[in-house]
Design a protein around this ligand. Sequence first.
Ligand code: PEP
Length: 255
Amino acid sequence: MARIPLVVGNWKMHTTVAEARALAAAITRSVLPAGVELAVCPPFTALADVARILEGSAVGLGAQDMFWEVAGAFTGEVSPVMLADLGCRYVIVGHSERRQHFGETDESVARKARAAFVHKLTPIVCVGERLEERDARQTERVITRQVEAATAGLSAEQLAHLVLAYEPVWAIGTGRAATGPEANRVIGLIRTVLAAHDSAASKHTRILYGGSVTADNVAEFSQQPEIDGALVGGASLDARKFLAIISGYARRTLA
Ligand code: PEP
């Protein structure tokens, strides 16, 4: 089953509007390799400006979070309708920084994932174990719980279009990436969990690796058969480094 690799840049809480515009322009000005899908997820404040720069390019737009309700008295929240209106194609859901600092739970992640599909957004659902869970050999249990919760209530078609990102918390922003075989093994486990839900659909679901991916280590991940792309934080803030990561996945497509 050939799944098209997807590389997504998560700009986190970085970039003023002017900086976001410059970064988006630098990416779209570059020669983007074929055979890889791309997206960037700027902060909410820059989505509208970046949307205009990406128009007509091969780079998709994503948001870093959203609420599940369409509208209402939810001060500070952003709805899926608002994101779709700006031209977003993707939305990151359940990033570990949101689970850790903002009270995101398995249940809220599932509600957001379902709401994203209703509004024709592709959720990029993040799962990953914390260091103490890994040390206690609980990785499989934690990942299984997170994936089962996030996919509960999704149809087979939605499951096929879902994007998951395996992001071990200890690897995010630390410079300490998982090894390729390690990430491949956990992503294989995730696909097994999805297959119990719907075997045919699980073959289409793209599952990315995220956690300190750089131009120097991308080959470690892009060569693994279960890993369908990357969710990139720090390195996505530099157009040159981000493009080098994208090229790493393009080489796999051509191989
Ligand atoms: C992330 O923010 O999802 C991420 C993986 O960050 P970094 O690449 O900086 O580890």
